[in-house]
Design a protein around this ligand. Structure first.
Ligand code: NAD
Ligand code: UD1
Length: 334
């Protein structure tokens, strides 16, 4: 089977390419390299010993994507390409709505034109807003997002569902990720955001390599066991494997299916700090800061549906997530 991976040189996309290649899929990638580097292609190939076809293309320039579809016939598309910085999306909503929504519309038009109507979409747990129940099941209604980035995910879920509803040749799998962290065990692939990171693990890594003096813990008065925010951190390799299982689903049904990809375990900010210190034998200085606007106390998945219907379950524990994150940081961030 041949799979198109959009945004395949990015953090989650690159790990997914590795898992697809390891399972014998043919992989074609396009990316505009806005938030990733071409070297990632060599790294994927050196990890797997297999080749991928790479195209530099921008979703906002529909014709730049056309050669990808002219040259290949795809069994499915895994659609990662998009902008993802929550804070930036508040400052530049037009950029986010244009890139993520117009870009995806262009992609879907080409998919339709070339007769590939199966898409696995990178959504986010953020679409639940303030969820009605914790752990969050897929039955929880979607809610109000606190930023334009989140709204692009929520709107694209709706758009893809409407496309499938109008044409039952389409098959859509919406994957709602919880908090991906970790890196490939080789230390070759991982996440290295530009500038000062917003997310917890990238920030801890900058402190660990000595680029930032200390972690600010956003609030210690939440209604959680230690007062700090609780999240469902999932190893990026587990997340990548979830996509491989989703390929079977998207190629065997003509429906819209929605899955949470999380572990079902909630860990607090201080749990993560302590686990990172223990796994890697170092100290992360931190101080307590005010709560961050828009943050919820506790947010973790009920991953039962993905287990039952995709046969997928996260395997890696927190210690492994911390070890792999640090191996990548040492090699790439210092
Ligand atoms: P990433 O930034 O590492 O990867 C996204 C890739 O898309 C980048 O390589 C970027 O260059 C490319 N891209 C962006 N706009 C493009 C365009 N117009 N044309 C072509 N390529 C373009 O991000 P990631 O962490 O790997 O996330 C992948 C997807 O998963 C994104 O859609 C993101 O919103 C979603 N997601 C991520 C998280 C997370 O915590 N990382 C959580 C939930 C959902
Ligand atoms: C954030 C986004 C979410 C997005 C996800 C993945 C917000 C409100 N939510 O989720 O939309 O899908 O990233 O990109 O931005 N923390 C600190 N100090 C830090 C950083 C984080 O204490 O320097 C805490 C946070 O308060 C939170 C936890 O760590 O309790 C995790 O934060 P983060 O990694 O940013 O993820 P989310 O807030 O869950």
């Amino acid at each position: 089977m041949k799979i198109l991976v959009t945004g395949g040189t990015g953090y989650i996309g690159s790990h997914t390419c590795v898992e697809l290649l390891n399972k014998g899929f043919e992989v074609v990638v396009f990316d505009n390299l806005y938030n990733s580097k071409i070297e990632v292609v060599d790294k994927i190939e050196s990890i797997t010993g297999k080749k991928i076809a790479f195209y530099k293309a921008d979703m906002l320039d529909k014709e730049s994507m056309r050669p990808v579809f002219e040259d290949h016939t795809f069994d499915a598309v895994i659609h990662f390409a998009g902008l993802k910085a929550v804070g930036e999306s508040v400052e530049k909503p037009l950029l986010y709505y244009q890139n993520n929504i117009t870009g995806t519309l262009n992609l879907c038009e080409l998919m339709s034109e070339y007769g590939c109507k199966r898409i696995i979409f990178s959504s986010s747990a953020t679409v639940y807003g303030e969820p009605e129940e914790i752990p969050v099941t897929e039955n929880c209604p979607k809610g109000a997002c606190s930023n334009p980035y989140g709204w692009t995910k929520s709107m694209l879920e709706q758009i893809l569902s409407d496309i499938q509803n109008s044409d039952h040749e389409w098959s859509v799998v919406l994957l709602r990720y919880f908090n991906p962290i970790g890196a490939h065990e080789s230390g070759l692939l991982g996440e290295s955001p530009n500038g000062i990171p917003n997310n917890l693990m990238p920030y801890i890594m900058q402190v660990a390599v000595g680029k930032l003096p200390e972690l600010g813990v956003f609030g210690d008065d939440y209604d959680t066991p230690d007062g700090t925010g609780v999240r469902d951190y999932i190893h990026v390799v587990d997340l990548a494997k979830g996509h491989v299982n989703a390929v079977e689903k998207v190629t065997s049904t003509n429906e819209v299916n929605v899955y949470n990809l999380g572990t079902g375990n909630g860990y607090s900010v201080l749990d993560i700090v302590k686990a990172f210190e223990k796994a890697n034998d170092l100290t992360i200085p931190y101080s307590i800061k005010p709560r961050r606007a828009g943050d919820l106390a506790s947010y973790y998945a009920n991953p039962k549906k993905a287990k039952e219907e995709l046969g997928w379950e996260a395997q890696y524990d927190l210690e492994r997530m911390c070890q792999d994150s640090w191996r990548f940081a040492k090699k790439n961030l210092s």
